[in-house]
Write a protein that binds this ligand. Structure first.
Ligand code: AMP
Length: 357
């Protein structure tokens, strides 16, 4: 926070005022999320387009403070082509006492995956997008970060089909039920382990990739539950009642609930994702369609013990065509704040830590 006075100006963006360094011009709203509003802008010093995200009063409660702090620490440590790059951080407030808003400047992408999902993608584009999601996730996993909340709105793409993940998902100790925000949290892509409150491992994120891939093909949300109960109903109606071994691993109260549901046989993947839903110009397309359906059937598995792992997915024939060890096996990032998840900072300490960033 070493910027001198007079280097800021204010501009109205929708309902929000952005007070940013003068080097950032031509602000235009491009999106909003749980934490605040995102604008595109021109960095007049470097002559490059950037994204400026305003974290509004990031310390308004413990959840916000913790999330903002975690995101900032991780953004600074992670350096991978499939994770968004942080270029600058600033606050227009001059002192810790006045500290209100934090602005993150990131590389600018063209659209979120929400927009791309409505397009008819050929196999080449679809597999390349999925490969990049898997490389990004694998890199987070290598640093001990398991995302658990991957969704199309948190993944951004460029027209050249390059892709980056925007956030780091749920913190291990995050309070996920209570957030003082009117923002509606999308839970459609969360795995059974998250819905049912079970232990999870890295392949929890493969479920979300499966849901995203399904949506790329069908152009509709696969499990659009109004709440976790409704969502679980949709999962079992489509994939069938899970095995007894799976149910035995649930907490007793959850197990009683899950076991008392009607039995569903599930729908076959050939019915769920019929040939006509895929590109079918050539023999090559037909082969790719079979591979795509096979990959879906291995990711959309309720029991994580039977679900494909990230490494296996990267080696699956549908994905492996893109395999580059530099991207898929990049050295793990060194997280400087090892106690990131475990340490329970007070709001006051979070404010101080955020201000010092
Ligand atoms: P977030 O607050 O990070 O969840 O972002 C909210 C929305 O803003 C995303 O769904 C994207 O549409 C957009 N967005 C965020 N960051 C960027 C970026 N770096 N480039 C392009 N769009 C972005």
């Amino acid at each position: 926070m070493s910027e001198a006075d007079g280097q800021f100006y204010s501009v109205q963006v929708g309902d929000s005022t952005f007070t940013v360094l003068k080097r950032y011009q031509q602000l235009r709203a491009i999106g909003s999320g749980a934490q605040g509003i995102v604008c595109s802008a021109l960095d007049t010093v470097l002559s490059i387009p950037v994204a400026v995200k305003k974290l509004c009063r990031p310390f308004q409660n413990q959840t916000h403070a913790k999330r903002a702090y975690r995101e900032l620490v991780l953004l600074k440590c992670v350096n991978h082509k499939n994770i968004i790059r942080l270029i600058n951080v600033f606050t227009p407030q001059k002192s810790l006492e006045e500290f209100q808003d934090l602005y993150l400047v990131m590389e600018l992408m063209d659209a979120s995956l929400c927009q791309v999902i409505h397009m008819d993608l050929d196999h080449e584009r679809m597999s390349y997008l999925l490969y990049q999601i898997l490389c990004g996730i694998r890199h987070l996993h290598s640093a001990g970060i398991i995302h658990r909340d991957l969704k199309p709105s948190n993944i951004v793409v460029k027209s050249d089909c390059t892709l980056k993940i925007l956030d780091f998902g749920l913190a291990r100790t995050a309070c996920t039920n209570f957030m003082m925000t009117p923002y509606v949290v999308t839970r459609y892509y969360r795995a059974p382990e998250v819905i049912l409150g079970m232990k999870y491992k890295e392949n929890v994120d493969l479920w979300s990739v499966g849901c995203i891939m399904a949506e790329m093909i069908s152009h509709k949300v696969l499990f659009p539950g109004k709440d976790y109960i409704d969502q679980w109903n949709k999962v079992i109606e489509i994939l069938g009642t899970p095995s007894i071994e799976f149910m035995n691993r649930l907490m007793e109260t959850v197990r009683n609930y899950v076991m008392n549901k009607p039995q569903y046989p599930g729908v076959s993947f050939a019915e769920l994702f019929p040939d006509w839903a895929f590109p079918s110009e050539s023999e090559h397309d037909k082969l790719k369609t079979c591979q795509a359906r096979d990959l879906l059937s291995k990711m959309l598995v309720i029991d994580p013990e039977c679900r494909i792992s990230v490494e296996e997915a990267l080696h699956h024939p549908y994905i492996h065509v893109w395999y580059d060890p530099g991207e898929a096996d990049a050295p793990p990032p060194q997280i400087s704040d090892k106690q990131l998840e475990e340490r329970e900072h007070t709001i006051d300490l979070h404010v101080k830590l955020l201000f010092q960033k």
